[in-house]
Design a protein around this ligand. Sequence first.
Ligand SMILES: [Zn+2]
Length: 186
Amino acid sequence: MGSMKLLRRTRFGDPVLRLQTRSLTYEEILSPETQELIQNMRYTVEKKRYGVGLAAPQVGKSLAISVIGIKATPTRPNLKPFDATIINPAIVETFGKRTGLWEGCISCGVGNDVLYAKALRYKKVRVRWQDERTRSHEAVFEGIVAHVLQHEIDHLNGVLFVDRVRDNKTMITIAEYKKHYLPKAH
Ligand SMILES: [Zn+2]
């Protein structure tokens, strides 16, 4: 796989981020073009230390594909890794009420200037999707995976995390978030 490349990311304000993405047929999922796009999206997520997911509109493609790559980081050392390519996903059930959870988006800001805010998210969701080999899946997720899936599936529906923020005063940079809200390492 020597041809994998880092994809250029779109940013807040790019109209592609506001489009409803198109679903893919089985033939389209298996096409060389889609397979290459998925490989490059995975590579791009892998290279970004704090990025936990990347949706196709974030690299300029209005397609219902998202790549999740959750791994432990210096600020989140206890995370259990979770990797998946989700295609044509839908949240088919939610559990309980939404609560404000801190999150940011790599399409808004760079490095320490990434925008962070408390967005309303469900603690637990049931998701249905297809993978890169067209297999169908349905599963219930909670914790960080449920959180990331809601952010990613929103991207595929033209919704950005700022749309889910109830208290605008929580909008801060990731640098200030780390300073004020992250427990200090011992
Ligand atoms: Zn995002």
